[in-house]
Ligand binder design. Sequence first.
Ligand SMILES: Cc1cc2nc3c(=O)[nH]c(=O)nc-3n(C[C@H](O)[C@H](O)[C@H](O)COP(=O)(O)O)c2cc1C
Length: 177
Amino acid sequence: MNPRVVVGISGGIAAFKTAALVSRLAQREFDVSVVLTEAAQQFVGAATFAALCNRPPVTKAFDERFPLGPHIELAQDCSLFIVAPATAHVIASCALGTADCLLSTLYLNMTCPVVFAPAMSTPMWEHPAVQRNVDQLQRDGVHMVGPESGWLSCRRQGAGRMSEPDAILAACETFLK
Ligand SMILES: Cc1cc2nc3c(=O)[nH]c(=O)nc-3n(C[C@H](O)[C@H](O)[C@H](O)COP(=O)(O)O)c2cc1C
């Protein structure tokens, strides 16, 4: 059986780059499941990820494919949980353990390594509230990849750009062996 990887995608413009990440994981024959938040679906389409993973992404907390709930079943036997992009909202929800959406509820069920690739504007990234939540997640054992400095979709240069798919994959390498 191929190792299972779950990729959570939250609502930032960088979500388009996560298609390349998912494709690379699928090409390496990982068993990949994608979770899209409601906001993520404004940026990327479910059909893209259905084709890349050979299974439709999970978008709802209540989904008849998962009698026990996707927050339970997707976490079982999962080898790695990647959240890319990780929005300020998802970072906050996971840091606080609010379990107020599928992605943050799933996070609480994950016992495998967890990698977050944050992406947001520079003021958001540098905001003390976001930095507090990032610190909390790191203390809770989450591995952060990036963000990098560079071109942002708000047409500014600065910190907050999501790491490239290959850099995220490289950071996950130790967990994928
Ligand atoms: C055009 C646009 C781009 C956005 N980009 C980001 C982003 O890069 N990072 C972020 O944290 N929020 C971004 N947001 C705000 C999030 O979409 C918003 O906080 C949303 O509630 C996040 O929901 P989610 O974390 O459940 O996906 C953006 C919103 C819009 C309208």
